[in-house]
Design a binder for this molecule. Structure first.
Ligand code: GAL
Length: 709
């Protein structure tokens, strides 16, 4: 008894141990604290590092003071402590929607639908953070983690805040300075990773490459997607696709919502034969017209589904919308579930899936008291279900050597490699852009999808941002809104949509850099050199009686972002007639006119309804192709117009492959070097390197346009 008491006493006061780090890749270190669980984010996603690319990034010194990183395991929980210095800022901790700067926040990382405030519950609560000092930390756990990101103050802190007297000291604050990130892991051990910089972008690149590199969509994935009304028949879908063609609006993918199935919520994963009497014929006819089909589903199996009785032994204790929840960690469950998707869908020509409702809300999903036949906790399944759906659905396409590009509601650490874009049911345009910014710190892609809009102004403003995003999609599954539905802006909408298509060589090359270099195609300004992320503090309330702890709140820049190597995008929102844009140092040029707009300063712009402000870095090269309604097919040759901005010599790596298969993984790709320089007579001269023999070559005639005169 006495010994037990003593043991408990020592256990609960276990002193923190300095963590031991082992290099695992150049610039990446791993530590194991306590007994890490076998099931974690990296095993669920089966992420494998791109060793060659990481080796190219080079060796680096451990970026933090090692003695300041400590851990304790007490009562089956792990307590982690990482140091922070006075000036550093933190980014990441998942797909946040309202804040970029995370220092000073408390987050409970939990896969969920975003519920209106950044508290850690989100579609991809990736336990990864990036410091402005140029290092990153990843906690490889499939548990709900509690993060104190520079909020808590330890008695033994080496840099404690000073105590101030509120009565007399005007600088008193209700948020005393904290010098640490502390994380609670509800498990008796965990694996940790540290990523070196030196720049924050290098950290992000290392993180993505460690997870296998970002996904490479097929070319058609970068075209336009229209989701149609949920009870449409095959003829209605075909008629809508024809309308796009006739009106000259681009269309690469049509999305079918729940009604393609004989039953939904819960689902059968079988075609409704009254609406789609001959699915294969429907899909093949669409394909011949250059349009692919993406099918909605949630993974909850209806009692009337043909796979119901065979999959039932491999499902959870609880149902979702009365459907069985397959335990996707079990090979048998996967064989039955994906076998059905393959036979009714993929093998007939379905190009991808929209995998819904694998995120939250709590009242809909399985509860944390649910059990799974594999023995994994409900919590672990919640944190990884999105990863599992992405991983194993991608396998169906891999088997056919055919790429996919789909939609998903949940992801997590290890997910960068999957060709899926996150979406949700929330709809605040401003927050959609902040999510796009933060997606670059979470190793995921995000679409600010367009649904019905209250006005033509809102419609065009939203369309403008999907054009400059990973997935250009209208999700009008209920309202049936079409690109031309708002007649007064239908011309600028069409121009924008065609601009997206013309920029395809640029978008495709930028995604290739996501895959091969780890650089996110859409990313935060904070990852851009020369960007002064000025944080203003503004006091919002003056009445201390209303809020006795009112503090000046951070005003951060969270409405502009980088799109690919050279472009800065600064959207306008409904009701806005002008806005300020913060330009990083260096000359920046107007994307549309080539004119110099500024250098390292704040500018105010009033672009009018038909334009979204976009700026190009000095020496910027944007490869474009002629406007068209569908992405080029495999092997099709396309003329390239190289647009060149500014005065600095420019270099661009133009990516090329067959655009559809996984042959790029076997070396069937090339990066062609485009160089442009200004000559002494003011004219430009441009070159493109020769095609690589034996590699796919889709580059036709190349012309050069000098945008800045
Ligand atoms: C929602 C989804 C929507 C739409 C709808 C269909 O959960 O976010 O985009 O697909 O389901 O029922």
């Amino acid at each position: 008894m006495k010994t037990l008491f003593l043991f408990l006493l020592t256990a609960s006061f276990a002193t923190a141990q300095v963590v031991t780090w082992v290099p695992v890749q150049p610039g990446i270190w791993k530590a194991s604290v306590g007994k890490p669980e076998a099931y974690n984010l990296l095993t669920a996603s089966e992420a494998r590092p791109n060793v060659a690319a990481l080796t190219k990034l080079g060796q680096s010194a451990f970026p933090l003071p090692q003695s300041a990183i400590t851990a304790r395991v007490v009562d089956g929980k792990t307590y982690l402590h990482f140091p922070l210095n006075r000036t550093e800022q933190l980014y990441g901790f998942g797909l946040n929607f309202q804040t970029v700067h995370q220092r000073g926040r408390i987050l409970n990382l939990h896969v969920d639908h975003f519920g209106g405030s950044d508290n850690g519950r989100t579609h991809a609560p990736t336990p990864f953070y990036v410091s402005s000092d140029g290092y990153g930390v990843f906690i490889n756990s499939a548990r709900y983690l509690t993060v104190y990101a520079g909020t808590a103050v330890r008695k033994d802190s080496p840099d404690p805040p000073k105590s101030q007297d509120r009565n007399t000291d005007k600088s008193w604050t209700s948020r005393p300075y904290s010098d640490a990130v502390e994380i609670l892991v509800p498990a008796a051990g965990v694996e940790l990773y540290v990523f070196a910089g030196p720049k924050p972008l290098d950290v992000v690149r290392r993180y993505n490459l460690f997870n296998g590199g970002g996904c490479l969509p097929p070319r058609w994935g970068l075209g336009f997607q229209q989701r149609v009304q949920r009870l449409y028949t095959a003829e209605q879908v075909q008629a809508e696709a024809e309308q796009f063609e006739q009106k000259g609006f681009p269309l690469d993918v049509v999305g079918l919502e729940p009604g393609w199935q004989s039953k939904s919520y819960p689902c059968t994963f079988e075609w409704d034969k009254t609406r789609f009497p001959d699915p294969r014929d429907f899909l093949q006819t669409m394909l011949r017209n250059g349009v692919r089909a993406n099918l909605w589903l949630n993974p909850y199996v209806a009692p009337s589904a043909s796979i119901f009785s065979s999959i039932k032994p491999f499902t959870a204790s609880h149902t979702v919308w009365t459907g069985q929840v397959p335990d996707l960690t079990l090979p048998k469950a996967r064989q039955i579930f994906f076998g059905q998707l393959a036979s009714d869908g993929v093998n007939n020509g379905v190009s991808g899936y929209k995998i819904d409702e694998v995120d939250g809300y709590d009242s809909w999903l399985w509860p944390d008291v649910a059990t799974f036949p594999s023995g994994h906790a409900a919590e672990q399944m919640r944190q990884t279900y999105g990863l599992l759906m992405q991983r194993y659905s991608m396998d169906m396409y891999r088997k056919q050597n055919n790429r996919t590009f789909g939609l998903i509601r949940a992801s997590n650490g290890g997910g960068s490699q999957f060709p899926y874009v996150i979406y949700n049911d929330y709809y605040k345009h401003e927050d959609f852009i902040t999510a796009l910014i933060n997606s670059s710190f979470a190793g995921v892609l995000w679409t600010p999808e367009v649904r019905s809009s209250a006005s033509s102004e809102e419609w065009i403003r939203r369309i403008q941002t999907v054009v400059f995003s990973p997935l250009a999609m209208i999700n009008a599954w209920d309202s049936g809104t079409k690109p031309w539905s708002f007649a007064d802006v239908s011309q600028p909408v069409q121009d924008m949509a065609l601009l997206r298509m013309r920029m395809m060589p640029y978008w495709y090359s930028e995604f290739a850099k996501y895959h091969f270099d780890g650089t996110p195609p859409f990313r935060a300004m904070n990852l851009e050199e020369g960007f002064q992320s000025e944080v203003k503090h503004e006091l919002v309330t003056t009445s201390l009686e209303k809020n006795p702890y009112a503090e000046a709140v951070q005003k951060e820049i969270k409405d502009q972002y980088m799109a690919g190597e050279y472009l800065l995008v600064a959207p306008l929102f409904n009701g806005q007639k002008s806005r300020t844009v913060t330009l990083p140092t260096g000359n920046w040029y107007d994307f549309y006119t080539g004119e110099l707009v500024g250098n390292g300063q704040q500018i105010t712009v009033s672009p009018g309804l038909d334009r979204i402000p976009v700026y190009v870095k000095d020496g910027g090269i944007i490869p474009m192709m002629p406007a068209r309604l569908h992405a080029p097919k495999s092997g099709e040759t396309v003329p390239i117009e190289v647009r060149y901005y500014g005065t600095k010599p420019g270099l661009y790596r133009l990516y090329d492959d067959d655009g559809e298969t996984f042959n790029y993984e076997k070396g069937q790709y090339s990066f062609r070097e485009i160089r442009v320089a200004k000559q002494s007579n003011g004219q430009i001269s441009g070159t493109i390197s020769a095609p690589e023999p034996g590699k796919p070559n889709t580059v036709g005639a190349v012309t050069f346009t000098q945008m800045t005169r």
